[in-house]
Design a protein around this ligand. Structure first.
Ligand SMILES: O=C(O)CCC(=O)C(=O)O
Ligand SMILES: [Fe+2]
Length: 185
């Protein structure tokens, strides 16, 4: 999954007109991790969500899932749409960091997981994240007078920690989001 993530990162860099290795240095001492998700069957799936709506905060997510399904992504028009499991394939999410690096040319998509009334579900996401100290900001090469930077820079480690605090402890604070760093021109 890590190898695949590096490859995808190279392709994303090339697609933005940047050198393939442009993002590589940010991943020295990376903070990537794997999560093992188990969603037990739920008798009232309409009353509970497996994972509430959110965007992945890192660079990329490589997700392996079984054939049960339940993952949904939010389309531009606001409708939730199911992501059908395809055997022997990964689902790739672009995370918030790629959105900022690309100055909004790539978008991090909102998603959630619905539970199933009969079957348990397993999923294994690999979160590909840069080093703790990395300051995230739009790539200088993508910025000029016509397309100015859309985000102020922020520290990845601090962002991630703040996200976790508001995510899991349900503190009475809004979840930190990249739009908090948006520059209004
Ligand atoms: O279980 C899934 O399909 C996705 C889980 C997820 O979105 C996450 O852990 O960030
Ligand atoms: Fe996610």
């Amino acid at each position: 999954m890590e190898k695949l993530s590096y490859k995808l990162l190279e392709l994303i860099a090339l697609s933005l007109g940047l050198p393939a290795e442009r993002f590589s240095d940010y991943f020295e001492n990376d903070t990537s991790f794997v999560r093992l998700n188990h969603y037990p069957p739920c008798p009232s799936p309409e009353l509970a969500l497996g994972v509430g709506r959110h965007k992945d905060s890192g660079a990329l997510t490589v997700l392996s899932q079984d054939d049960v399904g339940g993952l949904e992504v939010r389309r531009k028009d606001g409708e939730w749409t199911k992501v059908k499991p395809i055997p022997d394939s990964y689902i790739i999410n672009v995370g918030d960091i790629i959105q900022v690096w690309s100055n909004d040319r790539y978008k991090s998509i909102e998603h959630r997981v619905k539970v199933n009334s009969e079957r348990e579900r397993f999923s294994i996401p690999f979160f590909f994240n840069p080093a703790h100290h990395v300051m995230v900001k739009p790539m200088e090469e993508l910025i000029d007078e016509q397309s100015p930077a859309k985000y102020r820079e922020y520290n990845w480690g601090k962002f991630f920690k703040t996200r976790k605090l508001s995510d899991f402890k349900k503190l009475d604070v809004e979840n930190i989001q990249i739009h908090h760093f948006k520059i209004s021109n």
